[in-house]
Ligand binder design. Structure first.
Ligand code: MG
Ligand code: ZN
Length: 217
């Protein structure tokens, strides 16, 4: 019985995700889903990336997913772009965003006037990978403080993403962390993955990341 219920939930989600991709095509925007464990620097990354995109006249908006708090949405709103906050606490504290919550969030925006919409998913390397949000591009952020083994321990996350961002490279001198081993582990799981190393703190690597994101449009 339980297995059937899980399958139904995922099937309903996949159907909605397909609807979202149709809307994106019709309205002419690209939906980019950013996933990572908590504290890897997703919000700080967006604070770097969005001004770089605005400079290139790419119009962005962000859907912020958190169990509770609006702190990240407030940071994004300071960049004067549209932001929608989803707090999952009100419907059970989900640790991921499903297509059913993305769809109404999208309708808060003037979709006609947007080129790129980011989803900052709930910080979690497990179930955000299982639920298709309807995104056109999936990005995983992994920071240098998390250990080289994460792609092997959370393979689905690295399988569903097209871009892996290795963040916090400014900390490398202080860590026993081998970035080469991390890259090898990412490629073991997903040989096609585009990998970019950066520091959202210093801005290093953001030219490459900006180009990569623009290329996915
Ligand atoms: Mg955040
Ligand atoms: Zn979850």
């Amino acid at each position: 019985m339980k297995i059937q219920i899980v399958r139904d939930v995922l099937e309903a989600n996949d159907q909605l995700a397909g609807d979202i991709r149709n809307i994106a095509k019709k309205e002419g925007f690209t939906l980019v889903n950013i996933m990572s464990s908590p504290g890897s620097g997703k919000t700080t990354l967006l604070e770097r990336l969005i001004p770089a995109l605005t400079n290139k006249e790419i119009r962005t908006a962000v859907i912020e997913g958190d169990i509770t708090t609006t702190a990240d949405a407030e940071r994004i709103a300071r960049m004067n772009i549209p932001v929608a906050q989803i707090n999952t606490e009100s419907f059970g504290g989900d640790c991921h965003l499903g297509a059913e919550v993305i769809l109404p969030a999208l309708h808060q925006f003037d979709l006609n006037n947007l080129d790129l919409i980011f989803i900052e998913n709930v910080g979690n390397l497990v179930c955000p990978a299982e639920f298709d949000t309807g995104a056109n591009v999936n990005i995983v952020v992994i920071s240098t403080t998390e250990g080289e083994d994460k792609p092997l321990k959370y393979p689905l996350m690295f399988r569903v993403c097209q871009i892996a961002v290795i963040n916090k490279i400014d900390l490398l001198p202080h860590l026993r962390f081998d970035i080469q081993i991390l890259e090898e582990n990412i490629r073991k799981i997903n040989p096609m993955m585009k990998i970019v190393s950066c520091s959202a703190q210093t801005g290093e690597g953001f030219d490459q990341l900006t180009k990569l994101v623009i290329a996915k449009r």
